[in-house]
Structures are given as C-alpha cells and as structure tokens.
Ligand binder design. Structure first.
Ligand code: FAD
Length: 364
C-alpha cells in the first residue's frame, strides 16, 4: 500500500478528499481464497470488513476505484437519527415498529462509529453535537409538532421543540432539537478503519471491478482474469450490482450539491442543521487543517434533483451560496464546491414510494 498525496484540490473536490493522503492499493492479480468477499470500499464495505475481521473472519475487499472514492468521499458526514424522510412518513409506511427500528439502528450506527474511533484511536474529528430541524416559514409549526410526536413514538423521547435554532446571524423560528447526533471527517475515520483491517490480516484490492457474482457452495466473485473464491459475498456498492430489478425499481438516483465557505470562529454554533424546504438545506461546521492553515468551514448542502433532470451545477452552487450568505452574514470565501456533474456521475440513491432513504450512513 502506497500513500497517495492529497493532490492539488480540483475545483470540485470535497473538503475530505482535499485534506487526507489516501493509501493506494494494487488491483487483484491472482486468484485468492477467503471467508468473505466484500465488494465496495465505501463506508459500508469497509465497516463490514472491519466488523467481520473483528468476528474472526478472513476478508477480501474489492473496489473498482480508489479507497472510499464513491459517494463516501462526497458526503457531508452528518451522523444523525433524524431521518430525511421524517418519522411521520416512516411510521405511515412501516408502522410504529418500523419507525422504532429506524431510530434504534441510526442511533446505534452513531454509537458504533464513536466506539470504533475510540477503540482504534482514530483522530477523525468525531464530535457529538445536537441536530436542529427548522422551518423555512413559521406557518408549518404543526408539522414540527407532528414530527416530534412521531419521533417520541419511535423511542426518541429526548427530541424537544425549541423556540429557535442557535443561529446568531438569523432568526430561524421554532425548531426540533435532536440531542447526541454526531459529525466527523469521514475519510480520516475510514483511513483508521482501513489501517485496522490491514493490521488484522484483511486484504484490499482497488481498481478491481467485480464482473460476476456467484453465490452458493462454490461462491466466487470474478474480476477480469482473476477470482475471489469465498464462503460468502457482501455487496456494498451503494446500490446493488447483483440485483438489478428488485431494489433498482424502487430507487431513484438523486444529485445533491455542496459548498464550503470560510467563517470566523464561532460564527455558527457547532451542530447539524436541516430545514424542511423541498429540496431541503443541510448545514454543519468543520475545522479544516491544510497547508499549515487552520480555519472553520461552513458546509451547506441542498438543491437536490433527480439524476438526469438538470445539468446546471454552477447555478445550483450559486443558489446555495445566495441562500447561505443571506443567513450567515460573516460567511467568507467559498473554498470548496462539490460534486461535479461531468465524468462518472455519482449520485445519492433514494427509494421511491414506501421504502426508506438509502442515502444514509446507517450501517445496521
Ligand atoms: C453530497 C452528499 C452529501 C451527503 N451527506 C450525507 C450526510 O450528511 N449523512 C449521511 O448519512 N449520508 C450522506 N450522504 C449519503 C452518504 O454519503 C452515502 O449514503 C454513503 O457514503 C454510501 O456509502 P456506501 O459505502 O454505501 O457507498 P459508496 O461510498 O458509493 O461505496 C460503494 C463503492 O462500491 C464500489 N463499486 C461499485 N460497483 C463496483 C463493482 N462492480 N466492483 C467493485 N467495486 C464497485 C464503488 O467504487 C464505491 O467505492 C451524502 C451523499 C452526498 C452525495
């Protein structure tokens, strides 16, 4: 494994990609045997590999790009149990038990990331913060009440209504506060997880495209001229590559856009923020350390649309900037905008109809 220096930032590189040196792994160049083959080295695949190795399994990870070079490097890394689709909707679609499971699994995923970061001493800026769901206008206050009640029924009894989110520079109006959410630097975290996987005998092959997947007694994954023979296969490719019907027909790919701008320290209190506009905005703060400089970055996302239905990336970044400058008055220079629209299009996937978002970091 060789270190790949953090390159000169491309205009559309995420803050995460611009601030780590990512290890490079060779492609698969021989037939290998293992207990479990994990396809995909994003947060889902690397976490699965880590957990399996902790459980005593031999693991091989394949990815057709670089380590964590899929959607994971584009995330804004809000670690939250405040589901984008809202507990009211989850309850309607999946009943109270489904909503409880959703709340429990998302909370457990945050706890597990915190635990792994602590156990493996991973310096990944993990921090517990509150999350605030606020309204674009005060007119929908009833929506907050209904969502709070649904969150309580789902077991999140510490969600409370507050008169405003803790913004100094603008009055948000009423909000729901979700305590003990989390935020981190996802690539620093995954480099730590990767180090633990390698330390404990895992094998990772990058630039290795899984061509075929065969389950059963003679399970194997083929990649070019070589194969991984195994007892079990985990497909962690974000949207499945082995089943092109059942899940794909329930999903839609969405594009979402992000800007990162310098702010003076303390201008925005550290927390996760989401409004209820359609499409909604999502906001958080990250300390950036780069080229000997340290500053606070305000990360603002939104402007989602179904993939293929718009190509006005620049205008969408511009609209995010306008939205943010109207509210965060001390916001300075834009340092990052991502993702870009050209090349291999990377989207968030969400399901349509009565199934929950897949655009989530919940790993359970
Ligand atoms: C701008 C943006 C902001 C977001 N913000 C948040 C947020 O704040 N909180 C949150 O929870 N979620 C957020 N998300 C969603 C979150 O980033 C994703 O849900 C998560 O990163 C998905 O991880 P993954 O491991 O499932 O997929 P990926 O990171 O996409 O990993 C899948 C991997 O599989 C590999 N692969 C695919 N096909 C093959 C093949 N045939 N052979 C070999 N390898 C293959 C890919 O190269 C890729 O590396 C955001 C997403 C975006 C785009």
């Amino acid at each position: 494994m060789k270190a790949q220096p953090a390159s000169v930032p491309s205009p559309h590189q995420s803050v995460w990609a611009a601030t780590v040196e990512r290890p490079m792994f060779s492609p698969l160049q021989e037939n290998v045997r293992t207990d479990v083959c994990v396809i995909g080295a994003g947060i889902a695949g690397l976490t699965t590999a880590y957990e399996l190795i902790q459980a005593g399994k031999n693991v091989v990870v394949l990815d057709d790009g670089p380590l964590a070079g899929g959607m994971t490097e584009l995330t804004t890394a809000h670690l939250t149990c405040a589901i984008d689709d809202r507990y009211c909707a989850i309850e309607r679609w999946h009943g109270q038990e489904g909503a409880r499971l959703t709340a429990q699994s998302h909370s457990a995923a945050i706890d597990r990331i915190e635990e792994i970061a602590k156990n493996e001493a991973i310096d990944c800026d993990f921090q517990r913060v509150d999350g605030y769901l606020f309204l674009p206008s005060r007119l929908d206050d009833d929506m907050l009440r209904q969502e709070m009640e649904a969150a309580h029924r789902a077991g999140l009894t510490d969600v409370v209504r507050v008169d405003r989110a803790p913004f100094e520079s603008f009055e948000s109006g009423p909000a729901l506060r979700f305590p003990r959410q989390g935020q981190f630097h996802p690539l620093k975290y995954l480099l730590g997880v990767t180090g633990a996987i390698m330390r404990d005998g895992g094998r990772i092959y990058c630039n290795t495209h899984a061509d075929t997947i065969q389950g059963g007694d003679a399970a194997k994954v083929t990649a070019g001229d070589f194969a991984v023979h195994c007892d079990a296969i985990v497909v962690a490719t974000n949207t499945p590559i082995n089943d092109l019907l059942v899940i794909h027909t329930k999903q839609s790919g969405y594009m979402t856009y992000v800007i990162g701008a310098k702010i003076p320290p303390g201008h925005v209190e550290r927390a996760l923020y989401w409004d209820t506009e359609n499409p909604y905005h999502y906001v958080r703060v990250q300390t950036v350390r780069k080229n000997g400089e340290e500053y606070e970055l305000l990360i603002v996302g939104g402007e989602d649309h179904k993939s293929g239905q718009a190509e006005d990336t620049g205008e969408r970044h511009q609209r995010l900037e306008t939205w943010a400058r109207a509210r965060f008055t001390a916001m300075g220079k834009i340092e990052f905008t991502w993702p870009e629209m050209c090349g291999r299009q990377r989207t968030g996937w969400r399901s349509s109809g009565a199934t929950p978002w897949i655009k989530t970091m919940c790993l359970s």
